[in-house]
Design a protein around this ligand. Structure first.
Ligand SMILES: Nc1ncnc2c1ncn2[C@@H]1O[C@H](COP(=O)(O)OP(=O)(O)OP(=O)(O)O)[C@@H](O)[C@H]1O
Ligand SMILES: [Mg+2]
Length: 241
């Protein structure tokens, strides 16, 4: 299988704090990878480095085999890196459909309006937002907001999608629906790297799990394996309960 994303020996320091220390991981084509770890482990910092919002002190990021380390975030988007944020920021006075159209045009400059509209219709369908297409984004429920955030990221036509705690605050039934949605996204040809604190979601969704603690990878493998790992148990329970 091809590696669609490679993180190589990334380090990032904030003043005295080493937030990431020589972190390496990869994402395979068609894979759903979870990155987990206690609060402050470096998960969001890692996503910020991958998406280009933060510059690492050392290390490289490869997307579809290309070194993108020197590129700004929008150039990474154009090359197929999509990102959904925990705090959703739609344009509230535009409709759901219009928000997605903006995403589609931002993701692929030069895209014809007709093509963008056709793609947005597919994304609305895939994310279950078609019935709300003409609603103003500012009038959505929390669950619909989360769907729009995912849809907005998808509208940019990513090959690799980064998700930072998109299930946070959802009720169990809603989280189940979101899990099914992320699976549909994967089945549509998008590889997914997600950060998540809700362990039932990690177990249900992840093909593989990478565990970070104090900025280092301490375990990697199937959910059942890492859940049994002594270092992982200690990281979650021993020092911080
Ligand atoms: N911009 C910043 N300036 C200084 N320190 C930062 C900055 N961003 C993050 N940190 C610190 O870096 C460490 C890693 O933070 P990060 O947000 O990546 O953790 P996280 O794993 O996403 O945690 P959480 O599960 O709570 O979201 C923390 O100690 C945090 O306080
Ligand atoms: Mg975080």
């Amino acid at each position: 299988m091809a590696k669609v994303l490679e993180v190589k020996e990334i380090s990032k320091r904030f003043l005295g704090l080493l937030a990431l220390h020589r972190v390496s991981l990869h994402l395979e084509e068609g894979e759903i990878l979870a990155v987990i770890g206690p609060n402050g482990a470096g998960k969001s910092t890692l996503l910020n480095v991958i998406s280009g919002l933060l510059r690492p002190d050392s290390g490289e990021i490869l997307l579809l085999g290309e070194n993108i380390s020197h590129l700004p975030p929008e150039a990474r988007t154009h090359r197929g890196l999509g990102r959904a944020f925990q705090i959703v920021q739609p344009l509230p006075e535009l409709t759901v459909r219009e928000n997605l159209l903006v995403g589609a045009l931002f993701g692929k400059p030069g895209l014809k309006r007709k093509e963008a509209e056709a793609w947005v219709a597919e994304v609305l369908d895939l994310t279950g937002l078609s019935p709300r297409a003409e609603a103003l984004a500012g009038e959505l429920t929390l669950l619909e907001d989360k769907r729009l955030e995912l849809a907005r990221a998808l509208a940019t036509r990513p090959r690799v999608l980064l998700l930072d705690e998109v299930m946070a605050g959802l009720r169990p039934k809603e989280a189940e629906e979101a899990v099914a949605l992320v699976r549909r996204i994967r089945d549509s040809g998008v590889s997914v790297l997600f950060i998540e604190h809700v362990m039932p979601v990690v177990r249900a969704l992840a093909d593989r799990v990478v565990v970070l603690d104090y900025g280092e990878v301490i375990a990697e493998g199937a959910y059942e394996e890492v859940a049994q790992d002594e270092r992982v148990k200690e990281a979650y329970l021993g020092r911080r309960a």
